[in-house]
Design a protein around this ligand. Sequence first.
Ligand code: HEC
Ligand code: HEC
Length: 235
Amino acid sequence: MGNDKKTVLEMKNVKTICLITIAWVFSCAVSAEEASIELATERGCFVCHTIHQDEDVMRPLAPSYQEIAERYRGRDDAFEYLVNRVLHGTLYAEQNWTDEISMRFMPPNVNTSRLEAGEMTDWILNLPEDKALRDRLAQHEAMVILSTRSGCASCHLMDASPDKRLMPLAPAYREIAARYRDEDGAQEMLTRSILQGTRSATKIWPNVNMQFMPPSVALKREDAEKLAGWILELE
Ligand code: HEC
Ligand code: HEC
């Protein structure tokens, strides 16, 4: 009798642990995905590639990562094969996508280490088939690209450097999120900071090297709003 009760309790515990683990694995999956997107951005892969196929573009420069995943997912040698393609480029090798794209070959990615190429290839091959996660990642991708194109990335990093001796130029996006996430009206306030700059304010972030953020005069208001909303939701 006593033993049965104990077993039920144990099973309940196991169930709770499982639920927590599932939630944790999901959030780990999201942050691992985001880290890969950030690495691919830094290595310039998105100059030619997108993650998802854009239906409006007839002949993209290069295949989307989702298409690459679909083509190679079932192949045993896919990982090794693609890592070498990424590192060495495809100029002196067979062309696999010629009819679907407008570039003739991928140049060698000389700024990418074998380890990084492996990380990105693994990520590409395991791109989720789950629609909700896919939409969320497409949104993250679009915002990383907007932030890079708008020049924000020349001052802001996504994450604070783990080396505390280095004083960064500007606060990292995830630090900004942690500071304002729960404040009412934060999105509007940050939109204004982004558009007008922070020169007239007293210094908001004491531990950064630059005195103030210059105004972003070329940025559309709706894009500033989107960037502010995205930054606030970073975990
Ligand atoms: C200058 C444009 C360009 C850049 C930058 C670029 N690629 Fe490519 N990539 C291509 C083209 C074009 C192809 C298609 C080659 C073909 O037809 O076989 C391709 C193909 C691929 C493939 C599939 C290879 C195959 O044989 O099917 C992978 C994986 C890939 N790229 C990953 C990356 C990664 C990761 C980066 C960044 C480190 C990157 N690419 C940077 C243009 C580019
Ligand atoms: C020339 C460097 C530079 C550029 C480019 C830049 N920022 Fe900043 N940003 C800063 C600095 C420095 C601060 C901190 C200002 C302070 O401490 O008062 C800051 C602060 C911020 C803040 C927090 C504002 C607050 O009220 O706490 C946000 C959000 C932000 N930047 C987003 C962006 C976005 C989005 C872009 C691109 C459109 C951008 N920044 C471009 C340097 C820059």
